[in-house]
Design a protein. Sequence first.
Length: 344
Amino acid sequence: MTGKSYPAAPTARVFSGIQPTGHLTLGNYLGAIRNWVPLQREFECLYCIVDLHAITMFQEPAALHAATRQVAAALIACGIDPTRHILFNQSLNPDHAELAWYFNCVARMGWLSRMTQFKEKAGKDRERASAGLFVYPNLMAADILAYRANRVPVGEDQKQHLELANSIADKFNHDWEVPGYFPEIDPLILGEATRVMSLRDGTKKMSKSDPSDMSRINLTDTADQIAQKIRKAKTDPEPLPTEAAGFENRPEARNLVTIYAALTDKSVADALAEVGGQGFGDFKKQLADAAVAHLSPITEEMNRLLADPAEIDATLFKGGEKARALSRPVLAQVRDILGFVHSG
Ligand code: TRP
């Protein structure tokens, strides 16, 4: 294919994906979604609800359908602007699946075998894992590279997948002699500072799959539920430390102060300057007030949006069309690069 040239990749395009599963928690909000919002000021952003990824493990269709709308409503309520940026569910743009096939032929079995998320999710009985779960990272690479996006905000746990995406991009560019065709992805690792832990056990991540609803704050919780969960959150008998070093062996204290700092837009040190030395009784009231003040408008807006599902769907459809308009020329170029007889 030497001699042919293709348009340069966009220089500042953001892509990220979020799973359409269950109820979103304060952890999803502080650790991920909230960090997506300010990127909209600087970059062209695509935010994708990854239903194709979700079905690598069985999903009950009605639950998947409801979760997709709920995540869309949450993202919009949190400040993602679907008119100036692009918000859609993955299956609306079949270009992801097509490019993922090409990447199935680029990625090596060895690379995929080393993915820790596959090992964790497949568990002991790998023979019974879906083939989709194994090639999940190829689809993730395709999500990003179908738009030749180069900035990807993710949590620490997705870093290995982005390294694999870069290996795929490199091998593709190298094998088909199209240097720089797929851009190098720059992972924007966010959310580490605000890893939100369970309210019942400060050593476990806050998770929508924890059997105890008291362990998490859901974005759909009412003000009363939020206040009650914080009141009952696990603590220890000591007053709050005045410096972060005092969090040693006090995971619950660390977690609650970290949440407070994130909700009030302060560093942990500044939050401690304010609340250090307080007993948990007083501090919890303050934390509950901050959580309610921050989350109530989001919950209200989410519920307002969810009352009109047709409107949410229309927003996603529009997003899907805008997304496809961006990926279509990329896929045409890729077919050309691969040597397929194609019509553009
Ligand atoms: N795998 C990601 C997660 O589980 C979600 C995801 C899918 C994603 N495709 C992506 C994230 C592309 C960033 C870019 O959180």
